[in-house]
Design a protein around this ligand. Sequence first.
Ligand SMILES: Cc1cc2nc3c(=O)[nH]c(=O)nc-3n(C[C@H](O)[C@H](O)[C@H](O)COP(=O)(O)O)c2cc1C
Length: 171
Amino acid sequence: MNFIELATKRTSVRNFEPKSVEKEKLLSVLEAARIAPSAANFQPRKFIVVTDPKILELIQATYHREWLLSAPAIIVALGDHRKGWHRKSDGKDFTDIDVAIAIDHLTLAAAELGLGTCWICNFDVQRCGEIFNTPENIEPIALIPIGYPVAEPESVKKRESIDQLVSWNKY
Ligand SMILES: Cc1cc2nc3c(=O)[nH]c(=O)nc-3n(C[C@H](O)[C@H](O)[C@H](O)COP(=O)(O)O)c2cc1C
């Protein structure tokens, strides 16, 4: 599978088989996240892997969707805003971008292993922070459920065309 094939294969999975994910596979996708680049190489990201059913239930309750209950594991991606690079000229905080790149590595690596993932940002961030008792500089950025996908018919990716997406030499 070349890169374009892999990137096409990765799709949001919202229905998982009742089967846990092997620890070595979880470690493998986390390795993909670990080697992701970050601004100034400050690496302001952390991942909490949730497999314990009791904690899983608490995290699932931060995003009330029936489908999330099928996830055998959820990786909580967090950003450390104190550690992230802030651009001197305007103070812009690049933590979110750094976390997003690492998540993208992780979701692609998961797809390569036949695992399904889905970004979730529309969750109760405050409650999630309370569950892990995170300090105020640490922000839960996304939940990434991960597991073996229930087979679904392949769907066409709805994306803007290259012409809509790209301009050459002007805005
Ligand atoms: C930053 C971000 C936040 C997202 N948040 C959610 C979410 O809260 N719930 C959800 O079901 N999907 C969420 N998604 C998944 C998108 O809906 C999905 O990626 C998009 O529709 C494209 O579909 P695909 O991932 O299958 O290619 C999110 C995706 C991204 C990149």
